[in-house]
Ligand binder design. Structure first.
Ligand code: HMG
Length: 447
């Protein structure tokens, strides 16, 4: 029985319809070794939006697909939260545009749904799920469901080191009682600090200190692990079928996974075995200078990652969560939720039975905050996951030449007027089709 459970009842994914191949197209134009992207970052391609796509069309298209598939009508939805860091309006939330789109194709309306837009870099999708969980658990939902949408066009300035990690896509998730995919646990761990490693002060493209952003990510994840531990959660690596992380690029997760593992085995039999095998983890107090300590830590981490238990754990719980990210890049607010879809889809394909198994979910947003909680996979998960059409969508993307990529980047630049014809022909989807008299963006549904 799962009567108390609140969590994700269904999800749908919408990828930007264009593809930038990093090895074949981007690397030669940058005169870079393709292995820097495919092996170093762990990325093969970016999904990018066609000219008629933006955060609203992608979010509305994902939501449309989800509501139709689940047979949910507008009056069953009590709140719509859009999580994004690519908003184009400082007052009117993207959720109102998305609802307007959906009202073009559904009977009824979302007049009584509470709508909002959540911002905290990449972590706001998880915060929106949190809000939905609390709303239902507080008894305020009157039997209605929450629609949470993550949607971003993650463009960087041309020639910024982050350019190779770009991506665009949306994920719509239905949060309800007795969910079919996962139920959220109540324990949470947070790590949060005022940081300036990645931010967009009134600008479209981020100001980024890339190297520091990775250190800040790891520091906040470590703090969130400690906080979750203090809350009494079981963090042992063997207690979880999957461990999802915010995935700006898979290489980042490789570094975070070691932290999660190391923390989880501390004080356990596996941890004692690890000390016997590779010695204790170096402590900063044992070194005269920081460089010597960091060198010792790197050597220790390298040895840990080569132990059979770690290798088996990584292949089982981490590697399956990275499959989709490798082909789409960073979807910012959607990235950790794409990791959930990827991990569950890979598990279903491998014939694993995850019903009632636990997962750990580690979200992160620059600026900076990490949150980690556990989820329990629900008995209907594999049927739900089999309905994702993401592999077909990825295969159908238009493969850009480098010149076409440059033109698309310009076309989406808010500071330029660069009219461009679309590369794909819209069918059964919402499109951006112009501007209204108040400067608002307008949308139409193309049959
Ligand atoms: P970079 O200068 O392009 O790359 O910046 P690099 O030289 O540091 O190389 C990257 C990796 O590839 C390294 O691996 C290299 O060794 C390896 P590592 O040492 O780290 O394990 N490499 C190669 N491997 C094989 N063959 C080769 C080769 N060459 C190099 N030939 C950077 C990388 C991540 C800094 C850049 O992409 C960037 O600035 N990205 C944007 C910021 C970012 O993604 N930060 C991640 C943490 S913050 C975060 O996740 C939040 C975020 O999602 C935003 C939000 O919350 O809103 C970004």
């Amino acid at each position: 029985m799962h009567t108390d459970a609140v969590g994700i009842d269904g999800m749908a994914i919408w990828t930007g319809k264009l593809k930038l191949d990093l090895a074949d197209t981007y690397a030669p134009a940058q005169d870079t070794d393709p292995a820097k992207y495919t092996k170093g970052l762990g990325l093969y391609a970016s999904s990018l939006p066609d000219v008629h796509e933006d955060i609203v069309t992608m979010g509305a298209n994902a939501a449309h697909r989800l509501l139709r598939r689940k047979g949910v009508s507008p009056d069953e939805i009590g709140r719509i939260d859009v999580a994004t860091e690519s908003a184009f309006d400082r007052s009117k939330p993207a959720s109102t545009y998305v609802a307007g789109c959906l009202e073009q194709v559904f009977e009824g309306d979302f007049r009584h749904a509470n709508k909002g837009e959540r911002k905290f870099a990449c972590i706001s999708g998880t915060q929106s799920l949190d809000d939905a969980f609390n709303w239902i658990r507080a008894g305020r939902s009157r039997g209605r469901k929450a629609l949470v949408i993550t949607t971003d066009t993650a463009f960087y300035e041309r020639n910024d080191p982050g350019e190779a990690t770009q991506g665009a896509g949306a994920i719509a998730m239905l949060v309800d009682r007795n969910p079919d995919v996962v139920a959220f646990g109540t324990h949470q761990g947070h790590g949060s600090a005022d940081e300036t490693d990645f931010l967009k002060p009134n600008q479209q493209y981020p100001s980024v200190d890339g190297t520091r952003s990775m250190q800040v990510y790891l520091a906040r994840i470590q703090e969130a692990l400690e906080d979750l531990d203090a809350a009494g959660a079981d963090l042992h690596p063997d207690a979880h079928a999957l461990f999802l992380f915010h995935t700006p690029f898979p290489g980042m997760v490789g570094k975070a996974a070691v932290l999660g593992y190391n923390h989880g085995v501390r004080g356990t039999e596996v941890g004692s075995g690890l000390v016997d095998r590779i010695g204790p983890q170096p402590r900063p107090t044992a070194f005269d200078d920081e460089d010597a300590y960091l060198d010792a830590l790197k050597t220790y981490t390298g040895k840990l990652m080569e132990t059979p238990h770690y290798e088996e754990w990584y292949e089982r719980t981490i590697a399956p969560t990275l499959g989709l990210s490798r082909h789409v890049g960073n979807w910012y607010t959607g990235s950790v939720h794409l990791a959930r879809a990827s991990g569950l889809q890979a598990a279903a394909e491998a014939g694993r039975n995850l019903a009632d198994e636990r997962m750990l979910v580690a979200s992160y947003g620059s600026g900076a905050q990490a949150e980690i909680h556990a989820e329990t996979v629900q008995p209907g998960w594999d049927e739900e996951i089999s309905q994702l059409t993401i592999d077909e969508q990825l295969a159908a993307r238009y493969d850009l030449s480098f010149e076409e990529y440059e033109a698309i980047h310009d076309a989406h630049n808010h500071n330029r007027e660069t009219p461009l014809s679309p590369q794909t022909t819209p069918e059964g989807e919402f499109v951006f089709d112009g501007w209204g008299g108040m400067g608002e963006r307008t949308y139409a549904y193309v049959e």
